[in-house]
Design a binder for this molecule. Structure first.
Ligand SMILES: *[C@@H]1O[C@H](CO)[C@@H](O)[C@H](O)[C@H]1NC(C)=O
Length: 401
């Protein structure tokens, strides 16, 4: 008897459950539908993956539909090559805080370089981009710039501006006209498995640029480009970069800081487990040689391999391109508490460690711990101006504090 009851109760409950679902569904089918995530396929909305038809309207309408509902929504871009003119994805009238843009294909930019941004997300909250290739079509513009003719400035490929809770997974950015990915005024941005690829001599094609943002994480990414792999601008705090390959490119750079006289500082930056191959710099802090209110502090560079890098470890506080607007002045940027730990490999120049700090605000709290860099199979050299700190473990070249 007991065993019989045991069996019958769950199946009765199942029947009740099914009846409830059916009745609820009949009374209010929309409510049942709306409770599950909706997918908008851009092709169903008129996009054409032929590489030349303008699919902008279909993407704009997919965004409007996704924003119209408070329930999670996916915008799906199937395989194909979709040409898009400049698109602004605005979150200002967006009810949705869980929009995923899942891209199987390639998005293709206009090559004229006339817009400052190509794909711009602003004031959005809770957006994920998953997969996909963004083709910035920058090669013609780079050629124009190198010919010295008057050329348009070119577009940033992808920018998130004043946005929160952003995920970028498995995205590839090719041949951007200017910066590939910009994070500006954002909180809680996670990028994983991002690939950036552009020619080593393409101008101003920074891989990922972060500024005025907090809680940005960049993981498991590979960046080869003509400018900084990652550039870290004023007002960046709590930035975490881990397992990143860089090259070709200008390295991972905090700066340029101090371009403006009033500037927010950079604080709590970690760069962990990175490889630099044939790059101009490895880990760099760079500021203009003129007065400013900014700073860079609490920075950790850890577990880093340098392969034939021109300036593996560098702080340069005398940046003054074309000697304009700064001669005879000293940088106001205060650099402090920067740790270099477990950094090994080869330098392409004799001086592998360069601390060229501000005479007005010398660098303080620089720590070298287990650093070994060679040039032509011999210990490289270090040079210090206005830098104070400590060395521990094996440090080669011998520190110059
Ligand atoms: C530094 O940033 C990391 C994230 O990169 C964060 O987890 C940590 O709490 C921050 N530390 C401080 C003291 O704010």
């Amino acid at each position: 008897m007991q065993a019989f009851n045991y069996n019958i109760i769950p199946s009765r409950m199942l029947v009740v459950l099914v009846v409830v679902i059916l009745v609820f569904g009949l009374i209010s089918p929309n409510a049942v539908l709306a409770s599950s995530a909706v997918t908008y396929n851009v092709v169903s909305l008129g996009a054409k993956g032929d590489g030349k038809s303008d699919s902008t309207e279909a993407f704009v309408s997919a965004w409007a539909k996704a924003c119209g509902s408070a329930n999670p929504a996916t915008i799906y871009v199937p395989i194909g090559s979709f040409y898009l003119s400049k698109v602004v994805f605005s979150g200002e009238d967006c009810k949705n805080q869980a929009i995923t843009i899942r891209i199987a294909g390639t998005l293709v930019a206009p090559s004229d370089g006339n817009a400052a941004n190509w794909l711009l997300f602003q004031h959005v909250n809770g957006v994920t981009i998953s997969g996909g290739v963004l083709d910035g079509q920058g090669t013609a513009l780079w050629a124009c710039k190198s010919s010295g003719k008057g050329c348009p400035r070119g577009a940033t490929t992808l920018e998130f501006s004043n946005s929160n809770n952003i995920n970028i997974n498995g995205l590839t950015s090719l041949n951007s006209q200017m910066f590939h990915i910009v994070v500006n005024g954002c909180e809680n941005v996670k990028m994983q498995g991002v690939k950036v690829s552009a020619s080593g001599n393409s101008p101003n094609t920074d891989g990922i640029h972060v500024q005025l943002s907090s809680g940005v994480t960049i993981l498991n990414s590979k960046i080869g480009t003509g400018d900084d792999c990652v550039s870290i601008g004023p007002g960046t705090t709590n930035l975490w970069i881990e397992n990143v390959g860089c090259g070709p490119g200008h390295g991972i750079s905090i700066g340029s800081l101090g371009k403006d006289s009033q500037e927010a500082g950079v604080q709590n930056v970690t760069v962990k487990t990175a490889t630099f191959s044939g790059t101009q710099n490895g880990v760099r802090i760079k500021s203009w040689g003129r007065p400013s209110t900014g700073f860079a502090r609490n920075v950790l560079f850890q577990h880093i391999v340098m392969e034939n890098v021109q300036n593996p470890i560098v702080i340069d506080q005398n940046y003054c391109p074309d000697n304009e607007g700064c001669p005879g002045q000293a940088s106001g940027i205060k650099v402090s508490d920067v740790t270099y730990q477990d950094i090994h490999g080869t330098s392409a120049t004799e001086v592998a460690v360069k601390f060229n700090c501000s005479p007005k605000y010398p660098c303080t709290g620089i720590q070298l711990d287990d650093v070994k860099l060679t040039f032509n199979n011999r210990p490289a050299q270090a040079s210090c101006f206005h830098a104070a700190g400590t060395a521990s473990g094996l440090v080669q070249p011998t520190s110059c504090f």
